[in-house]
Design a protein around this ligand. Structure first.
Ligand code: NAD
Length: 422
């Protein structure tokens, strides 16, 4: 008889009791259950307050990318990621960028959009007019919710109202524009959107439904630029190759998804290392890439008059230094300290520099070397580990698989068995 996963009161159990229950449910061994409960730098006590139904903590490798020069400042960049090659590639691209002055960045103010959806409005344009006419009243109500944010120079700054055509008819969407200072801002903005909803409902004559932040943070953009010298890249043919690869991505969504994924390798790794919300950034990135209705590249690549390569990256970057896991995860706090950034904007600008570096590294590898070779040997090591290779056997199994061009679990098992008995 199969067991039911309908478990009421799971959250009331202690962590040990939860592990015991999961252990019994799936038949974990004592060793496996003990692994879940192994202590980490993020204590169970803290983690248990961060999410619900906690049974363990998943470690992710944390490395640092070196060589980063951002606006003339030398940085060591913490990156949390499970994928091999990414940190080395970012460091390498940053080294190339240094030769021409490193990364130069700008950003907008940290303004997020809070949406209030109004349905069943008889006269949408009239409602829009009425809401906008009482903007100051609405902004005051929003700002009353967060005196701390206002005292720091942030808060609700403006209100916009759009009429959106849907298959259920016209909807009136009021949008609060909130300067979130050094917070990512979702909680702050959601609280404001909820507080002003009854006023907006009354002014519109309709019914308010959703009151929620938008992750398409078009008013919270970070930008990075760098020049990569042709001789550092391997010649003008490589520059041309990168521009050609970029042209493909810019025009074809199948290529572009992977191109932008390469950017996000760097972006997400720093977002995660600093305890920020990776899903918020990823949702914003891809929605921004598709904002014209045609999904395209977040970066641009051009050849300069001197034949060098100029790259830019512009994307929404809703990251914070306060709130969320940034404040509760001790390793994330340490990562921010290592990075040495003092504001959310500075953090955002560093992250896009890493994204740009990552994209350069991937495009260069694709255009110049063929990405597969270097990647394969690292992948082979992971396959070797996954079948139980340890110590020097990891490299031996990996090397043989690469030499045979058979990087597969079944082959790894065979080689490991042979090496272990010889
Ligand atoms: P928060 O509410 O914990 O912190 C923000 C608050 O901190 C501000 O409202 C302000 O009162 C205070 N504050 C103190 N010092 C500040 C400073 N220097 N700058 C700005 N504010 C300062 O967190 P948050 O940033 O509002 O929300 C982030 C969390 O919301 C994340 O954990 C995220 O995962 C989560 N979240 C995201 C979404 C989404 O992206 N769609 C939705 C819901 C929740």
């Amino acid at each position: 008889m199969s067991k039911s996963s309908e478990i009421s009161g799971f959250y009331k159990l202690s962590i040990e009791e939860r592990v015991k229950l999961v252990k019994g449910f799936v038949g974990l061994t004592d060793e496996e259950a003990a692994l879940l409960q192994k202590p980490s730098a993020l204590s169970f006590d803290v983690a248990n307050r961060m999410v619900e139904n906690l049974i363990g903590v998943l470690p992710v490798p944390l490395g640092v990318a070196v060589n980063f020069l951002v606006n003339g400042k030398d940085l060591i960049v913490p990156m949390a990621i499970e994928e091999p090659s990414v940190i080395a590639a970012a460091s390498n691209a940053a080294k190339i960028a240094r030769k021409k002055g490193g990364f130069h960045t700008t950003s907008t103010d940290p303004i997020m959009i809070g949406q209030i959806q109004v349905v069943d409005v008889q006269d949408a344009h009239n409602a829009r007019f009425e809401i906008l006419a009482r903007k100051e009243e609405i902004l005051k109500k929003a700002n009353d919710q967060d005196p701390v944010l206002v005292s720091l120079g942030g808060g609700a700054l403006d209100l916009e109202v759009r009429i959106v055509e849907t298959f259920l008819g016209k909807m009136v969407i009021a949008e609060l524009l909130v300067d979130c200072r050094d917070a990512m801002g979702a909680n702050a903005v959601n609280t404001m959107a909820e507080a002003v909803a009854p006023m907006i409902e009354e002014m519109s004559g309709g019914r308010v439904y959703l009151r929620i932040i938008s992750n398409l943070a078009v008013k919270r953009l970070a930008r990075a630029k760098a020049i990569f010298a042709k001789e550092e890249l391997g010649g003008e043919e490589v520059v041309d190759g990168i521009v050609t690869a970029y042209a493909f991505a810019a025009s074809d969504p199948f290529r572009c998804a992977t191109h932008n994924k390469g950017i996000m390798n760097g972006v997400t790794a720093v977002v995660l290392a600093t305890g920020n919300d990776t899903r918020a950034i990823e949702a914003g990135a891809h929605a921004y890439a598709a904002r014209s209705g045609h999904y395209t590249s977040l970066t641009t690549w051009e050849k300069t008059a001197e034949g060098d390569l100029a790259g830019t990256l512009e994307m929404p970057m809703a990251v914070g230094l306060v709130g969320g896991a940034t404040a509760s995860n001790p390793i994330a706090k340490l990562a921010v300290k290592i990075l040495g950034v003092k504001s959310a904007r500075e953090l955002a600008e560093t992250i896009v520099s890493v994204g740009l570096a990552q994209n350069l590294a991937a495009l260069r590898a694709l255009a110049a070397e063929g990405i597969q070779r270097g990647h394969m040997s690292l992948h082979a090591r992971n396959v070797a580990i996954s079948v139980g290779a340890t110590g020097h056997l990891i490299d031996q199994v990996a090397e043989q698989m690469v030499a045979e061009r058979k990087v597969r679990v079944d082959r790894a098992k065979e080689i490991l068995a042979k090496l272990s008995t010889s």
